[in-house]
Design a protein around this ligand. Sequence first.
Ligand SMILES: CC(=O)N[C@H]1[C@@H](OP(=O)(O)OP(=O)(O)OC[C@H]2O[C@@H](n3ccc(=O)[nH]c3=O)[C@H](O)[C@@H]2O)O[C@H](CO)[C@@H](O)[C@@H]1O
Ligand SMILES: C=C(OP(=O)(O)O)C(=O)O
Length: 427
Amino acid sequence: MEKYIINGGKKLYGEVPISGAKNAVVAILAATILADTPCVIENIPNISDVSILTSILHEMGASIKVINKTTLEIDTRRIRNPEVPYEQAKRMRASYYFLGSLLGQFKHAKVPLPGGCNFGVRPIDQHLKGFKTLGADWNLEYGVINVKAQKLTGSTIYLDVVSVGATINIMLAAVKAEGVSIIENAAREPHIVDLANFLNSMGADIMGAGTDTIKIRGVNHLHGVEYSIIPDQIEAGTYMVAAAATKGDLLIQNVIPKHLEPITVKLRKMGVEVTEYDDAVRVRYVGSLKQCDVKTLPHPGFPTDMQPQITTLLCLAEGTSIVKEGVWDNRFRYIDELRRMGAVVSVDGRVAVVEGIPHFTAAPVKAVDLRAGAAMVIAALSAEGTTEIEDIFHVERGYEDIEKKLLAIGADVKKISIPDRVLEQAL
Ligand SMILES: CC(=O)N[C@H]1[C@@H](OP(=O)(O)OP(=O)(O)OC[C@H]2O[C@@H](n3ccc(=O)[nH]c3=O)[C@H](O)[C@@H]2O)O[C@H](CO)[C@@H](O)[C@@H]1O
Ligand SMILES: C=C(OP(=O)(O)O)C(=O)O
């Protein structure tokens, strides 16, 4: 087991580079299945979700060449069997993008039900409705979804809920279908646009990504390309919040400031100074933090994947703040952990009422999911004393080298490994 040990109370100061976006790269790696020639993907973050996806691709028969630390060449031409191995698939959410890409390429996919963060039920009915509308049948047996079509035919699909995953999966399945597909009430997140740009550069004909109506004219072939993943909006937002929480001053580099606007607006409301540059933002604490209300919504609203981090910052603000979770039924599970560090937050369903406290105090806590883990790191960085955070494998699903990046900007953080044997003896 691994833990972060964070000795809090140090201001974060200096420059921090942001890696490629998790939620874009996971879609784009699955999409390489659709290419007739190898793809070179740049700005790939070194996170465990990427390692799982590349090992799934490798097991299915793809050859993967490491060009440098952030660049891979992926050749999927030797994949014959459209079956995703069970053990890896269930360790992450985005393994289900192989449903769309294998269906698009082979008209057949067998993909285990995915894992990912636990926010209560995470249905995939809209994905399956999309595949069915394009002409595929599906069934679920032994935990594996089997989806098959004689032929995929372009159609109009209205999503009953705005779903990132369903929008991406339907794009992947429709890109080589016969005729025109239209996704209505589509998600508009930056990673949807990144995937559409990737597919279009391979020869696809997709219009409207980034709006709520996406039109896909099917093509026969997609060729390999060189493509660079966009910067991670949520990793950047996490460092923005960490700068404010530690009363610090950070230049967050390699970002698209437009993608950060919903976060920037809230930080400014709280009294934090945010300066935007072409591909960087500077976040500076300039005095006590003010209360602010936040509601998470699909893009361009405030991202749900920043909800635990901003709630943690609001704990340190004067007054009472209300946080409403507009996307997931159960995304406040981490509050119990934050309470160990002194947070005064009451939760009723999708609403949290946050009372400001002067500071957090260190305690042993755990990461209950990926962004919950990031919230614990932020609380620990600002806290008095030394905090131990368990279950950090969640954090490593989405943050490249977080302890190294934090060390370089003045944090006192280390990752320790406790051999399983020692743990067994202690129990
Ligand atoms: C790998 C990835 O990109 N994960 C992100 C993706 O998750 P994911 O793609 O799973 O999230 P969705 O956008 O699909 O989910 C949004 C809402 O729609 C509901 N829903 C979704 C699909 C469906 O078929 N039926 C249905 O009812 C969900 O329960 C949820 O309430 O978007 C979420 C919302 O921004 C983020 O929190 C996740 O980080
Ligand atoms: C919820 C997240 O990821 P996933 O959908 O992969 O579980 C996230 O990135 O915050």
